[in-house]
Design a protein around this ligand. Structure first.
Ligand code: C2O
Ligand code: CU
Ligand code: CU
Length: 563
């Protein structure tokens, strides 16, 4: 660091008295170890706030993974409670996905391992425990995942982590009088980036890349720079865009990511603020003055706070001097984006979002997807493996909900019949569905089929925890013989609590019966060689299982519920 830079830095820091932005450490390679732990973090100088973190007191390390690598993960839960870790946006098998069925008890270790199949972009990981996602994320566990691939590496983009390539995990939280995190809360009035309140970052005088994640529980941001300075979006949730997109505003809902470039050339000594222009939000968005759509435009439970409907600073950038090998141009074009043509669709599915109570104007009073709340024991949708599907999401409520689906990246076909804006024409895994809006997306459900379900849900975490979630299994289609067998297999009662009867009609004998849990583990295995049997199940804990029978070279599976 040259002397001039150092002096500039000191002056800038002294004049503004901000907190320097925390930059999470990194983990890379093919063995990734995460330890989840309780801890404390000083959001406010001298005051300890109780937190949860991965490999530290707050947030988690940034994982840098290469497309094509087979990676072994060790997730050791040293928290005082059960949780899960979900790799948001990554295309992995349901067993590796870390959804609510894949729990990690305290003092135990979870070892997923999988090949990184995703395109270069910014993903993230966070807990996903049933009804606890919001609490565990709010208390601190979240980390960014950077995926690299050859196509992106060939581009002249800033990629020096912590030098010209920075993660920005933007969150709002609510603190009580003792500076402890309140969760759930609709009074999230404290803004932070990488767990730093009033964050400031010294950026080099050149093109800088920011990987922005909206890691908030509820709030939508309308990202912009002070003075309406132009920035360039280069990536959406699951991949680079076809070309850089000059923008002055970028709306990001909970769970969404975007990579942007900002050109600080010629700006040494200047300060640029990253802001949310929330005054520009239309009604029906969490973050607007009055997010409701009905009479008076209010929502029961929406607490007025200083961030609602106003333009506020998220953090500041203080421009220093250039690095040794600066990127000075905005790369163009970027990559070839190949959206799935609508004509490839095998079928369509419809998901409606609606408030549980008849009144439209509620914020957290629970929302249905297709008129039901989430039930751990109910599979809501079954998707044939390799299906290309159009999902139509209609929001019949008074507030915008970010819809997220596991397993796939999708392409938005339209919003209320109109082509999506340019920055939504790339790969996405979260889409903000505005109040009363209908969006359609297309996705292909390939590579992984299992009896373990994937999730789809609202990414406003209070809504998710309140049951605005569904689950789907991807099923490998049965052969004709298997189908015939399946029709002849009778299993009753189902649900059952102590004994289950299994009868295979016709001439054939069952060789083996297996019962498999949601994680794919065989919990019962019995050789029979008869066409009929009854098995004791009272040793099994409540939940969904799969009963698999083997007959000659065939096997078929039926879902059973133990109550
Ligand atoms: Cu980011 Cu199902 O979650
Ligand atoms: Cu996810
Ligand atoms: Cu929602």
């Amino acid at each position: 660091m040259n002397k001039f830079f150092l002096i500039t830095m000191l002056i800038v820091q002294a004049a503004i008295a901000q907190n320097s932005l925390l930059i999470p450490s990194t983990l890379s390679g093919t063995d990734i170890n995460l330890t989840l732990q309780n801890g404390t973090h000083q959001f406010y100088n001298g005051i300890d706030t109780n937190t949860m973190g991965a490999n530290g007191n707050i947030l988690g390390p940034t994982l840098i993974l290469n497309n094509g690598d087979f990676v072994n993960f060790t997730v050791n839960n040293q928290l005082a409670e059960t949780t899960t870790i979900h790799w948001h946006g990554l295309h992995v098998s349901p067993e590796n996905d870390g959804g609510p069925h894949t729990t990690i008890a305290p003092n135990t270790t979870w070892n997923p391992s999988f090949t990184i199949l995703d395109k270069a972009s910014s993903y993230w990981y966070h807990p996903h425990l049933h009804e606890k996602t919001n609490e565990h994320v709010s208390k601190g566990i979240s980390g960014l995942i950077i995926v690299k691939d050859a196509e992106a590496t060939a581009l002249n983009l800033p990629r020096n982590y912590g030098v010209d390539d920075f993660p920005l995990i933007i969150q709002t939280k609510d603190f009580d009088a003792n500076s402890q995190i309140v969760s759930p809360s609709n009074s999230d009035d404290i803004i932070m980036v990488n767990a730093t309140i009033d964050a400031a970052l010294i950026v080099p005088e050149q093109v800088v890349r920011f990987r922005i994640l909206n890691g908030s529980s509820m709030r939508v941001f309308n990202i912009g720079l002070s003075g309406n300075k132009t920035f360039y979006q280069i990536a959406s949730d699951g991949g680079l865009l076809s070309d850089n997109l000059p923008l002055t505003r970028l709306q990001l809902a909970s769970g969404e990511r975007a990579e942007i470039l900002v050109n600080f050339s010629g700006m040494n000594g200047q300060t640029v603020f990253l802001k949310s222009y929330a005054s520009e939000f239309s009604n029906g968005i969490y973050g607007a003055t009055n997010p409701g759509m009905g009479a008076g435009m209010t929502l029961t439970g929406y607490n007025p706070n200083p961030l609602n409907g106003t333009d506020f600073d998220i953090m500041q950038f203080n421009v220093g001097t250039t690095t040794a090998t600066p990127v000075t141009t905005i790369a163009s074009p970027l990559v070839t984006v190949t959206p799935i043509p609508e004509a490839n669709s095998d079928m369509s599915r419809t998901i409606t979002m609606s408030p549980v109570t008849t009144g439209q104007n509620q914020l957290n009073g629970n929302f249905y997807l297709n008129d039901v709340l989430f039930d751990m024991n109910v599979i809501n949708e079954t998707v044939p493996l390799d299906n290309t599907e159009i999902w139509t999401i209609t929001n019949n409520s008074a507030i915008a909900h970010p819809f997220h689906i596991h397993d796939v990246q999708f392409y938005i076909l339209d919003r209320d019949g109109n082509a999506p804006p340019q920055n939504e024409q790339g790969r996405k895994d979260v889409v903000l569905v505005k109040a009363q809006e209908t969006i359609r997306f297309i996705a292909k459900f390939e590579d992984f089929s299992s009896t373990v379900p994937y999730m789809y849900h609202c990414h406003m975490l209070i809504h998710e925890d309140g049951g605005m979630m569904g689950q789907f299994v991807v099923e490998d289609a049965l052969s004709v013989e298997e189908n015939e067998l399946s029709n002849k297999l009778k299993v009753y009662p189902n649900p059952a609590n102590n004994k289950i009867h299994i009868i295979l009609e016709g001439e054939l004998n069952i060789d083996t019966i297996e019962i498999i849990d949601q994680l794919g583990r065989i919990v019962l295995d019995k050789k029979i060689n008869f066409s009929e049997d009854s098995i004791q199940i009272e040793g099994l804990s409540k939940g969904v299982y799969f009963l698999r029978i083997y007959v000659d070279n065939l096997n078929i599976t039926k879902k059973i519920v133990v109550k």
